[in-house]
Design a protein around this ligand. Structure first.
Ligand code: BTN
Length: 326
C-alpha cells in the first residue's frame, strides 16, 4: 500500500475523531511532511478531512469516497486476513494489471478495484465500458490448487456470487445468461472475465485473474450498448462497497469448497436460458433448439429440432424468442 492509502486507512479507523500528524507519521514510519502531502492528495480526491492545529486530522463522518477500508469493514474475518485490497482512481484494465502482477509472483488474494478503466476488457476481445464512479470494476488474483479444467468453475461460482450479491444489495432480480453474464430485466448489468495462465511443469494453473464488471448507476451507454446493457440501481447511491464486499464474501465461501460444486444448483436456478428456444452459433455453424438443462461440466444441453440432444461448451448464444438479443 502507498503511504497515502495507509494514511487514509488510519483516518478511517479513527473516523470522526482527531489524530495528530505526528502519531500517523510514527505509526507508518514516515515524516510528518509525507503525512501532510498524503492528506492534501486525499482531499483532492474528494475525501473530507478536517485539520486543526494541535489536534491533527479527522476524516468527516460524511466523507463517502469509496475506499478499500469501506470494503474491508464488511468482510468476514477470514477474508480480512486473506485479501489485500487496493482501490485506485484509474487504470487501463484491472485484469491486465493483475495479470502483470501474476507474472511477477504477486500473491493469491490480491484484489484491485478501479473507480474507472480506460481500457476495460470483456470476453472474446470485446471492450468493457467502464466510466468513472458508476460501476464496480474489480479483479482478483488467485493461485488455485486445482487443475486447469476446474478453472471453468471459478467463472461459474463468480457468476452466482455476483447475482446473489447484487440481489442482496439492491431491489432487483438477477438472472444468469450462460456462461457468465448477469441480467436484470432482460439487459446485461454484469460481465465476468477470467484469464488463467498455465504452469507447464505441474499441468495446473500458475495463476488466474477473475475480473468482474458491474454497471451500478451508469445512465448513459454508448449507442451500441444502449439496448443491451443496464444499471443495477435507479438511484445514485454508492453501492460499490456493499456489492464488492458481498461478492467477495459469497465468492470465497464457494471457492474454498469449489470441488463440491455447491454453487451449481443456484447457477441452474438462475439460468435465463433453460426452457428457451435458442439459436446457437459455433464457428460458422448455427443450431436451433430448446435448452433443456446445464450439466455438471456447465455445458448447455439443447434439444435440436430433430430431437438430437447437443451439449454446447463454448460459443455465443442468441435467443430466438424471449427478447434477449446477445
Ligand atoms: C464481459 O462481459 O465480456 C466481461 C467483462 C469483464 C469486465 C471486468 S471489469 C474488471 C476487469 N477488468 C477488465 O478489463 N475486465 C474485467
Amino acid at each position: 500500500m502507498k503511504v497515502k492509502e495507509q494514511v487514509l486507512s488510519i483516518l478511517e479507523e479513527n473516523r470522526g475523531s482527531f489524530i495528530s500528524g505526528e502519531e500517523i507519521a510514527e505509526a507508518l514510519s514516515v515524516s510528518r511532511n509525507a503525512v501532510w502531502k498524503s492528506v492534501n492528495a486525499l482531499k483532492k480526491e474528494g475525501h473530507i478531512i478536517n485539520a486543526i492545529t494541535n489536534k491533527g486530522y479527522s476524516l468527516a463522518e460524511t466523507s463517502s469516497v469509496f475506499t478499500a477500508h469501506s470494503v474491508y469493514e464488511q468482510l468476514s474475518s477470514e477474508l480480512k486476513e486473506r485479501l489485500n485490497i487496493s482501490v485506485v482512481p484509474v487504470v487501463g484494465s484491472t485484469n491486465s494489471e493483475l495479470k502483470a502482477l501474476g507474472e511477477k509472483g504477486g500473491l493469491d488474494g490480491t484484489v484491485l478495484i478501479a473507480l474507472e478503466q480506460t481500457e476495460g476488457r470483456g470476453r472474446l476481445g470485446r471492450s468493457f465500458y467502464s466510466p468513472k464512479d458508476t460501476g464496480l470494476y474489480m479483479s482478483i488474483l488467485l493461485r488455485p490448487e486445482f487443475s486447469a479444467e476446474d478453472s471453468l468453475y471459478i467463472t461459474v461460482c463468480a457468476a452466482v456470487s455476483a447475482a446473489e450479491a447484487i440481489e442482496n444489495t439492491s431491489k432487483v432480480k438477477t438472472g444468469i445468461k450462460w456462461v457468465n453474464d448477469i441480467y436484470v430485466d432482460g439487459k446485461k448489468t454484469c460481465g465476468i472475465l477470467t484469464e488463467a495462465a498455465l504452469d507447464f511443469e505441474s499441468g495446473g494453473l500458475n495463476y488466474a485473474v477473475l475480473g468482474i464488471g458491474i454497471n451500478l448507476t451508469t445512465r448513459e451507454f454508448p449507442a451500441e450498448l444502449k439496448d443491451i446493457a443496464a444499471a443495477v440501481s435507479e438511484t445514485d447511491k454508492d453501492l460499490r462497497s456493499f456489492i464488492a464486499a458481498g461478492f467477495l464474501n459469497i465468492f470465497f465461501s464457494y471457492y474454498n469448497d469449489l470441488k463440491s460444486l455447491s454453487f451449481l444448483s443456484e447457477y441452474r436456478r438462475r439460468s435465463i436460458l433453460i426452457d428457451k428456444e435458442i439459436s446457437f452459433m459455433r464457428g460458422n455453424e448455427v443450431f436451433e433448439g430448446k435448452v433443456i438443462g446445464i450439466d455438471d461440466n456447465v455445458r448447455l444441453l439443447t434439444e435440436l429440432k430433430n430431437g438430437e440432444i447437443k451439449a454446447f461448451s463454448s460459443g455465443e448464444v442468441i435467443l430466438v424468442k424471449g427478447g434477449l438479443i446477445k
